[in-house]
Design a binder for this molecule. Structure first.
Ligand SMILES: CC(C)(COP(=O)(O)OP(=O)(O)OC[C@H]1O[C@@H](n2cnc3c(N)ncnc32)[C@H](O)[C@@H]1OP(=O)(O)O)[C@@H](O)C(=O)NCCC(=O)NCCS
Length: 189
């Protein structure tokens, strides 16, 4: 949960690197600054506890399209992670060895859902989506959408980047991080 008390944010904020602090400061709203800090600080705490180091000593590096990963200078390069934030909720997925991706979204009406589905979903996904009744459409859309985003985050490419991937290469689980949200976590087989 990202909307934590100010004194907790202050404590967690001390773990952030200079660059992360600059990124937080550049955010316009105070709420967004707090949420970014809470998420990045907790990511550092979780990674640090796995690596047996202090949260402020965790070094991250970034892929070409912004995917954060542990720096090659860290003791365990085998530890992979993926982060997703939506509103006041964040999820951090960890994996040892195999690449991991996670995405969560607040389940809110998307007027252009059918167009997005036609554009982005695979043929079989679109077919099963289009067959859903009106009551199941919204959840069906977010189930497929978060799976797509989670895979693209596992690959580190982001959705706007042309890439061919096979969903069969990934183990997929859907979950509810909080009432009103849906998420997918994927791990490469
Ligand atoms: C990466 C991306 C999928 C994030 O999705 P989102 O739903 O907006 O945001 P989420 O909260 O789920 O994920 C954000 C987290 O993903 C991670 N991330 C950022 N870039 C990433 C990438 N290329 N691959 C994997 N993970 C990435 C970061 O941990 C980030 O957390 P932070 O903001 O606290 O640093 C999206 O921004 C993207 O596609 N970026 C690439 C550029 C692009 O293709 N743009 C056009 C989009 S159609």
């Amino acid at each position: 949960m990202l909307d934590v008390k100010h004194d907790i944010i202050r404590g967690i904020g001390a773990f952030l690197s200079e660059a992360e602090r600059r990124r937080a400061e550049a955010l316009k709203s105070e709420r967004d600054r707090r949420r970014f800090t809470a998420c990045r600080g907790q990511l550092r705490q979780i990674l640090a506890s796995r690596l047996g180091i202090s949260p402020s000593d965790v070094e991250l590096e970034y892929g070409q399209l912004g995917k954060p990963q542990l720096s090659h200078r860290m003791p365990s390069r085998n530890l992979r992670f993926s982060v997703s934030r939506s509103g006041d909720v964040a999820v951090i997925a960890l994996s040892t060895g195999q690449e991991v991706g996670v995405d969560i979204e607040a389940v809110l009406p998307v007027p252009e859902a059918d167009e997005i589905a036609a554009l982005c979903f695979s043929a079989s996904d679109y077919e099963s989506y289009a067959a859903l009744g009106p009551d199941d459409r919204l959840e069906g859309f977010f189930r497929r959408w978060t799976r797509l985003e989670a895979i693209s985050k596992g690959l580190g490419c982001g959705l706007g980047y042309p890439s061919s991937w096979d969903e069969q290469d990934w183990v997929v689980r859907s979950f509810v991080p909080k009432t009103g949200y849906l998420g997918s976590v994927v791990v490469r087989k």
